[in-house]
Each structure stands twice: as C-alpha cells, then as structure tokens.
Design a protein around this ligand. Structure first.
Ligand SMILES: Nc1ncnc2c1ncn2[C@@H]1O[C@H](COP(=O)(O)OP(=O)(O)O)[C@@H](O)[C@H]1O
Ligand SMILES: [Mg+2]
Length: 614
C-alpha cells in the first residue's frame, strides 16, 4: 500500500509543493468562477431590464390605441437577440401581444402578468416590468431569456482553468524539483555523512554547511556532536591502550614471578636433596673412617713394632696400609664436600682474576696439549673485569673448584670448541639468581644496572659444548652422578657445590643440549679479616707428654694409645665423655694434670664438644 511515510524527503517536498499550489490554484479559480457567475447574472438582469424598458416605452402607443399588430411588430424586433426565448405585452390582466407569435400561448407565456420583478430559474431568467404612461400603469412587459451565454462562458472558463492547472502543475513540478534541493540536498548530505561515520567508525568526517538557516544549525550541531564523540573515542582508546599496557606489564611481572618461584622451588628441592645426600655421605664416611682407622693404624703399628716380619709379611702389610690410606683419602674427600666451614678456618683475600689466569695455565695440558695431539682445537679465553674486588675465601678450594669446571668444560667439547672464563660484579638487587632474566623493567624510574651497588662477584665458565638435558642439569651436583661412565667419578661438581656452600656463595648452571653450558660461581663481596699465614717453620715434635685419650670406639682408643706410647708419651684412655671428665679432674686433684686431651667429637651421652666446654 502507498505510504506517505516511506517516501523520500525529495518526494515529500515535491508532493507538498504540488498539493499546496494546486489547492491555491483551485481556490483562486473557484473564487473567480463564483465572481464571474454573480457579475454575469447582474449584467444579464440589467440588460434585460433595459430591453423591457425600451419595449415598454415603444409600445405605449400601441397599447393606448389597442394596436395589437404594432405591439407584435415591436416584439418581433427581439428576434436579433438570440437568447430571448419569449416576450409578451399584457394589457390589464390579459395577454395583448406575444413573441414568438406562432407558438401556442399556453406553452411559453403566463396567462396573467405578475407584479414587476425578476427571478432566475435553473437555466432561464424571467422578468415582468410595468409600462407607465404619464405615471399611470397601462400594461406589463414580460421577457424570458435563456442562460446559455452564461453557461457557455463558464464552460470556457472551466476549460481555461483546467489548461492553466495542467500548465501550472508542470511548471510547479519542475520548479519544485529544482527548489526542493535547497532543503533536501543538505539533509541528504547529512544523512550520507552520518551513514559514512557509522559504517567506517570514522569520527573525523564532517558535514559541510551550505547556508545559515536551521539546516545550517543542524549541521553545526551534528559536527559538534562528532567532535565530542571523536574526543571521547580518543580518550577511550587512550584509556584502553593504557589498560592493555598495564595488563601486559602485570602479566609480564606475574610470569616473571611465576618463573622465579619455579626456579626457587627447584633450587630449594635440589638443595634439600643435596643436603640429604651430603648428610648421608658424611655419615657413611664417618663410619667408614672409624672402621678404617684401626686397619691402617694397626698395620702401621705392626710394621713399626715388629721388625722381624718376613719380607712378604712387611710387603703385604704395606699393601694393606696403602689400600687403607687410599680408601681414607676418598672418604676424606667425601666428607670434605659437605663439611661446614669451621669458624676458625681462615678466610683470606682472594684475587679471582689472578686465580683464573693461574688455573688456565695449570690446566693447559688438559685443554690444549692433549686435544691437540688428537687434532682437536680447544680455545680458552678470559674476559676479566679489571676492577674486580677481592673476595674472602679459601684460595686452594676455589682453585680446585675452578679446575674442576674447566676439566668438565674440556670434556664437553670432544670435537673442539671455545671455553670462556669471565669475571664480573653483580648486584643481588638486580638479579637475585644472577642467571634469571632480569626482572621486567617498569615503565619509569628504573635504576641503571651500573648504578646499583655491586654485592657479588661472579665467576663464569662458559663452553660451546654438548650441553646438558634437563635431567642431567637437575642432578649434576649430586655426588657420584656422572654421565661419563668409567671416565667420570661424579664428584667434581659435588665438590664445587661444597666449596660454594662454605663460601656462602651460589652455583648456578645454565645449559642447553647441543648449545653449551655456563656455570656461574657467585661469591658475596665481603672483606676478609687479614690473616696471618700459618707458621711454616717446623717446630720439633714434643715428647713425654701426659695425654688423655677419650673415644667410645675401643679399637680406636687402643690404637691411639699404642701409637702415642710408641712415640714416648704417657697415655690414659677413657671410653666416654663422662669417664674422660672424671679422669681429667682426678689428675688435676692429684697434681698431675694432662698436657693434652684428645677426644672424639661424636659420642653418646656427653660428646666431645661438651667435654671441651666443661
Ligand atoms: N660443562 C659441562 N657440559 C656438559 N655436561 C656437564 C658439564 N659439566 C658437568 N656436566 C655433567 O655433569 C656430570 C657431573 O659432573 P661432575 O660432577 O664433574 O662429574 P664427572 O665429570 O666425573 O662426570 C657430568 O657427568 C656431565 O654429565
Ligand atoms: Mg668432572
């Protein structure tokens, strides 16, 4: 169905203009026709009255002399007036003369005259007029005219009006099509702009103003609105960007913290495992040592006290002693790994750079000469921080640790490669675990790395070798863990770990299969108390001492007694802490105090330390 609402503004405007102009035209035409109707009737009436007057004036004589023929002659003159249908002259109350005379009287003429006056019927006008002679009424004129002329004229007008209407519609239509653009074009442009903005989400578009009318104001308003939306959009985008950036930052922080946590957890687990292993190892070592000491000791004693032994006897005794000493040596190393540093153990200033150069020199046969003999090139480089501070440590231990790391690195480059030794300072604040990627920097105010106070010295041994898989990396610090089969003891890194523990340092290992390994030894920076080197001058061993020997192991106790007595000392033994104390006090009371007390540390009830304190 036709709907006005669905029409475009253009059509609506055209329709409005057409309707308005048509209505106006119709109203004007109707007024014009009505006016024409009224004036033409008035004119007709006036003409007919004049004609009746003339006829009346001409017919006074005919009436006076009863000359009917003359009267009819006068009336016949009306034949020139086409629209006069009938005319008559009455004398008194009766018809005197008539026109047209040949039509039956009853048809066209009223039988009697009516009072003077006129009236319009549907399509004719009738008129009666009294004929006066010297003021006296002597008769009446009757005229009847048709309205054909008026009707014809009206028809003509109607035709003209229709013609005008059609012409004016045409012109109005053309004009309206042209004029409506003044209104519709800006609206159309506005609608197009709004659509473009919403489809492209481009708030920088603007509508162009063409006039300072209400439409111009509308476009101004629309543009203003766009500006505000654009500003808000930009602000929103900015806020969104900021938020995304913050989320990304937080995510990075969280990831970092999560990785840190995992690393810390792994480290703690490894430390726990190593601690348990260490405790077990040193426990076993202690027991083996206790069991081994009498074997070696008595073998020694036997060799010394029985010179009459056969040649074979003394040879076997030597074998027993040597084998025992070898075992004791291994056990001692094992105990050494996890031995806590004794408070009194001297920490001396160690110059790591110097030490690195020394160890490179010392290990040269292993990393250059031997591989070269097999046509393999191993290059060792050093990258040393000249301003490296000294650390407090036990130089021999650090040297051994570094030697072990270099030997491991050499083993890791069986077909040749590079080994780099690097020293540098680091700050715990910047990288608590030294190897972990530095914490993601916040946007502002991050201190420069160099600006941080160095708290640690890092000694790095990096190789371009075979690297380790995850499992090996996790377990490589464990004692006896080795992937080298017969060639390896699995004690190298365990020893390095023990050394670092005693230095309150850390060992970190970064390794990727096929890419190489970097081992970091991280030492805290602290000043070492200046130590006086232990006296090297040999003082003659004292003899004839009064010695108290406390040990819960009867064999050991006995061995010690025998050994010391063979050296010319006077020895008293006690089988435990309590017994030892009693013997000590007893001797004091007797005025013969002991010069030396030798006590086992690990004993039931009262151990060596408690005895020493007492
Ligand atoms: N630089 C290295 N590159 C690759 N693997 C290494 C490296 N250092 C140590 N490892 C691994 O750690 C294990 C333990 O090393 P270590 O304790 O020195 O014992 P060993 O050298 O006697 O095997 C090695 O067997 C080896 O698998
Ligand atoms: Mg090794």
């Amino acid at each position: 169905m036709f709907s006005l609402r669905a029409l475009s503004i253009k059509r609506k405007l055209t329709l409005i203009i057409m309707t308005a102009s048509s209505v106006a035209l119709l109203l004007v035409s109707a007024g014009f026709v009505a006016y024409e109707l009224v004036t033409s009737r008035q004119t007709m009436l006036r003409d007919l009255s004049t004609l009746a007057q003339i006829i009346g004036n001409q017919s006074t004589a005919a009436l006076t002399y009863q000359d009917k023929a003359a009267a009819e002659e006068i009336l016949r003159a009306l034949s020139v007036k086409q629209h006069i249908e009938a005319a008559a002259i009455y004398k008194g109350n009766s018809l005197f003369a008539r026109y047209p005379a040949d039509v039956p009287a009853a048809h066209l003429f009223p039988p009697h005259p009516e009072p003077a006056g006129s009236h319009f019927e549907r399509d004719r006008l009738t008129l009666f007029r009294t004929i006066f002679l010297e003021g006296e009424p002597i008769g009446t004129v009757y005229l009847k005219s048709d309205l054909a002329e008026t009707h014809q004229r009206l028809q003509r007008y109607a035709g003209i009006i229709v013609l005008f209407m059609v012409a004016s519609w045409l012109i109005t239509y053309l004009l309206s099509v042209w004029l409506q653009r003044i209104i519709s074009a800006p609206i159309f442009h506005l609608a197009q702009t709004a659509k473009a903005v919403s489809t492209a989400k481009n708030y920088s578009l603007r509508a162009h103003k063409r006039a300072e009318d209400e439409l111009g104001q509308l476009i101004d308003g629309f543009n203003e609105m766009l500006t505000q939306i654009q500003q808000r959009d930009a602000a929103l985008q900015q806020a969104n960007d900021d938020l995304e950036k913050r989320v990304a930052e937080r995510t990075r922080d969280l990831e970092w913290a999560y990785n840190e946590l995992r690393r810390t957890q792994a480290t703690i687990m490894q430390q726990e495992r190593l601690k348990a292993l260490g405790q077990m190892a040193s426990g076993i070592a202690h027991d083996i040592n206790n069991a081994l000491s009498p074997v070696v000791g008595f073998a020694d004693l036997l060799a010394r006290s029985e010179p009459s032994l056969s040649q074979n006897g003394s040879k076997f005794l030597r074998y027993i002693k040597t084998a025992g000493e070898d075992i004791a040596h291994i056990v001692a190393r094992l105990r050494n790994f996890y031995r806590r540093r004794d408070e009194r153990e001297a920490l001396a200033p160690v110059r790591l750079n110097h030490l690195v150069e020394q160890v490179i020199d010392m290990t040269r046969p292993r990393w250059r000469d031997i591989p070269q003999g097999r046509g393999i090139m191993v290059e060792v480089r050093s990258d040393l921080d000249a301003a490296l501070p000294e650390i407090a440590g036990i130089e021999s231990e650090v040297r051994e640790a570094l030697t072990n790391l270099i030997l491991n690195a050499v083993d890791a480059v069986p077909t040749g490669g590079n080994i780099t030794l690097r020293t540098r300072v680091a700050s715990a604040e910047c990288a608590p675990l030294f190897l972990s990627p530095a914490r993601p920097a916040p946007e502002h105010g991050q201190k420069e790395r160099g600006a941080l106070q160095p708290t640690h010295v890092v000694l790095e041994v990096a190789d371009t070798g075979i690297g380790m898989d995850d499992k090996t990396r996790e377990r490589c610090l464990e004692p006896f863990f080795s992937t080298k089969g017969q060639r390896g003891t699995g004690l190298g890194l365990a020893m390095v770990y023990g050394v670092m523990e005693r230095h309150e340092g850390k060992i970190e290992i970064q390794s990727e299969l096929g890419k190489g390994t970097t081992v970091l030894l991280v030492f805290p920076i602290r000043s070492a108390p200046s130590v006086t080197a232990p006296g090297t001058g040999s003082t003659p061993a004292p003899t004839g001492l009064h010695v108290l020997c406390i040990d819960d192991e009867p064999l050991l106790r006995e061995l010690l007694k025998e050994l010391m007595e063979s050296d010319g000392h006077q020895v008293v033994v006690a089988d435990g802490g309590q017994a030892g104390l009693e013997a000590f006090r007893d001797a004091q009371r007797r005025g013969q105090p002991f010069d030396v007390v030798i006590t086992d540390l690990g004993m039931p009830h009262l151990d060596g330390r408690q005895v020493a304190k007492a």
